[in-house]
Design a binder for this molecule. Structure first.
Ligand code: 9D3
Length: 249
């Protein structure tokens, strides 16, 4: 997967690519990332990349000419890449969109700063406009890293263990179960006994129940997004019975 990120802070992306899973994926040739400094394509003595908004108002807007030149440069390296613009007005990023982007061979990211970029750039060049959620950041670099992170871990070989486990139908639209490691007792809190039994069938059953309970309590909206399977219905009915016993005894 080829990534080209257009930014006025290329060091932010370089630091991201030089660490952890990204670093290894890059060393293994699974990703080949490159940052282009938009400022290098700005003209004049001060290489200005922003200007005042037409119509007035506070804040600044990224000028179209340096962005267009930087995008055209990126397209020389990645001619078939969809152009992804990170923007608070974009479509909310989620796992299905991560899968869709992971299926492309190359991606160009535009990381905006200030109040945004000139709308004519969006109209002319942008294929996907993506937001990572409803909160206000200071620019598109961190969102671009979030998208690259989610996409990279889906690429074959990027995670040490061949990934598929969390992409299967079970974990989709459900929270994960709780995780535990040694020691078995930590500051008066014990690991659930079943996890120490070595009984893999019982452990799998406990994990499914714990995941369902956590989803029910924290994210009941997810239970409506994917229909309950028979095992989940049985667990919910069992818990309903236990709740009714407590309430109506
Ligand atoms: C007053 C209108 N503001 C929009 C909420 C202006 C504005 C604030 C912050 C415009 C851009 C930004 C910088 N944010 C991003 O570039 C951004 C972002 C975000 O702030 N939240 C979630 N996802 C994203 S993707 C890019």
């Amino acid at each position: 997967m080829k990534y080209v990120a257009l930014t006025i802070f290329p060091e932010l992306l370089e630091a991201f690519w030089e660490n952890g899973i990204m670093r290894r994926a890059r060393a293994d040739g699974i990703i080949s990332p490159k940052a282009i400094n938009i400022r290098d394509y700005a003209h004049g003595r001060h290489q200005v990349t922003d200007d005042r908004p037409y119509g007035g108002g506070c804040g600044m807007v990224m000028k179209p000419e340096p962005l267009a030149a930087a995008i055209r440069e990126a397209k020389k390296t990645a001619p078939d890449a969809p152009v992804v613009m990170l923007s608070p007005e974009g479509r909310r990023f989620d796992q299905p969109l991560a899968r869709q982007l992971a299926a492309t061979g190359e991606l160009i990211f535009i990381c905006g700063r200030y109040e945004g970029i000139d709308e004519r750039i969006t109209e002319q060049f942008v294929d996907f406009e993506i937001s990572i959620g409803d909160y206000v950041l200071t620019g598109g670099e961190l969102p671009a890293m979030a998208v690259m992170d989610a996409v990279t871990r889906l690429l074959p070989g990027a995670l040490g263990n061949e990934n598929s486990a969390d992409e299967d139908s079970f974990s989709d639209k459900r929270l994960d179960c709780g995780h535990y490691t040694r020691p078995p007792s930590f500051e008066e809190r014990d690991v659930p006994e079943v996890l120490l039994t070595g009984n893999h069938e019982l452990i799998a059953k406990w994990r499914r129940a714990d995941a369902l309970m956590r989803t029910l309590v924290r994210r009941p909206d997810l239970l409506r997004e994917k229909p309950l399977d028979e095992a989940e219905k049985a667990l919910l009915e069992k818990w309903q019975g236990e709740i009714e016993k407590l309430l109506y005894r």
